[in-house]
Design a protein around this ligand. Structure first.
Ligand SMILES: [Zn+2]
Length: 304
């Protein structure tokens, strides 16, 4: 699932390529009975009102909240996109092809199979389109009044943003200590405590800071929190610098792959030797709260 760095990479792409363009048309083939009555374009009825509101609006910019992409419109609405498991926004030249849409011309939009599951198309004033590729069809797309965005239930439960300057070691410790008995791995991934961190980045943060994922939040000594905070910010920024992580489905807005997966030290390296110099440990996998944790059995210490 896309995490903070992947979502930020997409937001940066929307700002760079799509801002300033108008939405001319909107198409979807999402149709989910599970979403009936919900404010999600997966409900065809909701999509009809969504389409009425977005057509003619100009895209003025984009921002991120947690794992949500917020596409700002000139008509005082925001399109909120949560890419969930396999969704990612793409931008390029598309044409209708039978029951679905296809990218025109060579390149990753056409040639990378992960980019071919088009379920939403916003046709733009320059003839190109902003589309959503979503293999497993779990994505959430909804429309919210700009003035109500912070109070919206899609956003209001989110904890603080980890890359905010004002969010330092004290704030991180206070946030995660709302679940004092939780394993640090689960606390880092709980978006009500801190926003945007999932399986990949929590594994990499804990590997770098040398803490076993099962360590309970309240047992972590005060003197270690500055290191956790620093490593958390460095790891997330590195993810953004590398254009996100494309080990799974994520692609950037032009359909290209990020490169963070080439830097993994823990995530999905089960059975491999630890890359920390002189460590000699092995990466192990453990299920914590139904999620996989990957960690070094030697240098990541369980604090009791
Ligand atoms: Zn190690």
């Amino acid at each position: 699932m896309p995490e903070l760095p992947e979502v930020q990479t997409t937001v940066n792409g929307v700002k760079r390529y799509v801002a300033g363009l108008k939405i001319r048309a909107a198409w979807t083939d999402y149709k989910s009975r599970f979403h009936a009555g919900k404010d999600n374009i997966q409900d065809p009825r909701y999509f009809r009102s969504f389409r009425r509101r977005v057509i003619g609006a100009k895209i003025t910019g984009a921002s991120r909240r947690g794992k949500n992409v917020l596409i700002h419109l000139s008509n005082s609405f925001i399109i909120l996109v949560h890419m969930k498991m396999t969704g990612h926004l793409l931008y390029g030249a598309y044409k209708k092809a039978g029951a679905t849409w296809a990218a025109i011309g060579p390149g990753p939009l056409r040639d990378d199979p992960f980019n071919r599951y088009i379920h939403l198309v916003l046709s733009l004033s320059n003839g190109k389109s902003l589309v959503l590729s979503d293999l497993r069809k779990f994505a959430k797309v909804t429309l919210i009044e700009t003035a109500r965005i912070d109070a919206s239930l899609h956003i209001s439960e989110h904890g603080p943003e980890p890359l905010e300057k004002s969010f330092g070691p004290e704030e991180l410790r206070a946030a995660l200590s709302r679940r004092p008995n939780a394993p640090i791995k689960s606390a880092l991934m709980d978006h009500r405590l801190v926003s945007g961190i999932g399986n990949i980045y929590s594994d990499e943060i804990l590997w770098r800071v040398g803490i076993h994922p099962l360590t309970r939040v309240q047992t972590i000594p005060e003197k270690i929190w500055p290191a956790i905070s620093r490593v958390m910010k460095e790891t997330l920024r590195k993810g953004i610098d590398f254009g996100g992580d494309s080990m799974s489905d994520y692609r950037d807005i032009l359909g290209g792959s990020g490169r963070f997966q080439s830097t993994h030290n823990a995530y999905r390296r089960t059975g491999e030797r630890c890359r920390k110099r002189g460590c000699g440990g092995t990466i192990r996998r453990l299920v914590i709260g139904s999620r996989s944790a990957h960690f070094c059995d030697k240098h990541q210490k369980l604090i009791k």
